[in-house]
Design a protein around this ligand. Structure first.
Ligand SMILES: Cc1cc2nc3c(=O)[nH]c(=O)nc-3n(C[C@H](O)[C@H](O)[C@H](O)COP(=O)(O)O)c2cc1C
Length: 438
């Protein structure tokens, strides 16, 4: 079977697990977020299993102001993604390394340089997950004027991405020749100084790094509003998305792929990898029991506060938790996730408490429970329906959730020819079947 018909898989690492109560589970390592050996072991496990990439999220802030709502705060005590991936790069040899970084609180040259550096030191395995950031807590750490409006964040993100791509392209292969005998440091014909003077940034000059071993680091994008989808179609190689149902996932997939043509791109130039949080066990009831054990560890106040923060509604505690979600204006923060929560609540007639408990499991991502065959069936169905090119795997608990997925589900996917047995190349672009840019 060719790579084209096989799934791409990311291992989305998150401290002790993706479930909000993971850190309270008896099998969890509560301080996992600040234990480098924990991350190295997970990265090596994912690499031995031939995952395409490791994926790390980010927010440059604590997640929750109130320490009593500690379920959210637990995720904050993690390493900064680029430093973490630099450490993982030297402890792995093949797996792709994707770090989230925001266009709202950095400058293009600095970010282009850091990712170029990660790409060099990993031998062409770096990827940048471009986000615009949507939290007030982050905005407070950087800008006294607070969170910029959604449209302005995306306008800035587009200009930022254009500048970063131009910087990565400012250096051709073998531009820095370092020929001592000829006293030649660089070949000027292979250097293309950038001359960017935009609304938000100025960047001139060339990147002080050799060209990426994979042409350019892989561009990943996470953001699913209308303008977010356009940004992805214009600039991304991979999109990370959240969708509950097959129908929603398919609609999103078709929508994003159909936008590629207007930017002169082919459907295969962009891989869509929705998140999925699997719980695998010997039987479906055993898997649901494992889930309920985690669910029982969520205090209502923590779940409701997490839901309120994604809805940007401030405080939900004054509402009847057994009633439906109240009407609310469209947020300036994460518009796509607010809509997903509202749609799911209406479709399944969920109370605020039920929405909160559902959302706390995987923050709006798809959750599947069952035997290895049932989970492989579910993934195969979405893959073959044209709703995903692969998945970002979000185990509720680390390391056991990742171990179970690798030990039980991957052999089933391989038996069906849906996942690779060995890496075909050494760079992240090669794993993903993406062209080496320029
Ligand atoms: C699947 C997904 C994952 C995201 N991950 C992050 C993240 O790790 N850090 C972050 O600051 N924003 C993250 N975002 C937020 C986006 O960058 C963006 O700021 C926000 O979603 C608003 O854009 P949207 O309305 O287009 O989704 C994520 C968004 C999606 C859809």
């Amino acid at each position: 079977m060719t790579g084209k018909q096989q799934m791409k898989l990311g291992a989305f690492l998150m401290a002790g697990g993706h479930h909000i109560a993971a850190w309270r589970h008896p099998d969890a390592h509560a301080l996992a977020g600040s234990d480098i050996d924990h991350y190295i072991a997970l990265a090596q496990m994912a690499e031995a299993a031939k995952f395409d990439m490791i994926f790390v999220e980010d927010a440059a802030a604590i997640r929750e102001r109130n320490p009593d709502l500690a379920g959210q705060a637990a995720r904050s005590t993690s390493f900064e993604p680029l430093s973490l991936l630099a450490a993982l790069a030297v402890n792995t040899s093949h797996i792709g390394l994707v770090a989230t970084a925001s266009t709202s609180y950095t400058e293009p040259y600095g970010l282009a340089r850091t990712f170029a550096s990660l790409d060099q030191l990993s031998g062409g395995r770096a990827g940048w997950n471009l986000v615009t950031s949507a939290s007030d807590l982050e905005a407070e750490n950087f800008a006294s004027s607070g969170l910029r409006p959604h449209a302005q964040r995306y306008e800035r993100a587009q200009e930022f991405a254009d500048a970063v791509l131009a910087l990565w392209d400012s250096v051709e292969d073998n531009a820095y020749v370092l020929d001592g005998a000829a006293a030649t440091y660089a070949d000027p014909r292979k250097l293309h100084p950038v001359d960017h003077h935009g609304r938000y940034f100025t960047a001139t000059g060339v990147l002080d790094s050799p060209r990426s071993p994979q042409g350019r680091p892989v561009m990943v994008q996470a953001g699913a509003s209308d303008v977010g989808k356009d940004l992805a179609a214009r600039t991304a190689d991979v999109v990370f998305a959240a969708a509950q149902t097959l129908a929603d996932s398919k609609a999103y997939y078709d929508d994003v792929k159909s936008r590629l043509a207007k930017f002169g791109r082919q459907p295969d130039d962009l891989k869509i990898m929705p998140g999925v949080s699997p719980i695998v066990a010997g039987s479906e009831s055993e898997a649901r029991e494992m889930y309920e054990t985690l669910q029982a560890l969520i205090p209502d106040a923590v779940g409701v506060a997490l839901l309120a923060s994604y809805l940007s509604i401030g405080d939900l505690s004054g509402y009847d938790l057994d009633g439906p979600l109240p009407d609310m204006p469209q947020t300036q923060a994460m518009q796509s996730r607010q809509q997903l929560i509202i749609d799911t609540g209406k479709r399944e007639n969920l109370s605020i408490r039920e929405s909160a408990r559902r959302f706390a499991g995987a923050r709006g991502h798809w959750q599947v429970f069952g035997t290895p065959v049932q989970i492989a069936d579910a993934l195969q169905e979405r893959f073959e329906a044209g709703a995903a090119d692969g998945f970002n795997i979000m185990p509720p608990l680390f390391p056991t959730g990742l171990q179970d997925f690798i030990r039980l589900v991957l052999p089933e996917l391989r038996r069906r020819g849906l996942f690779r047995d060995a890496y075909e190349g050494r760079t992240l672009r090669a794993h993903l079947g993406l062209k080496r840019s320029i």
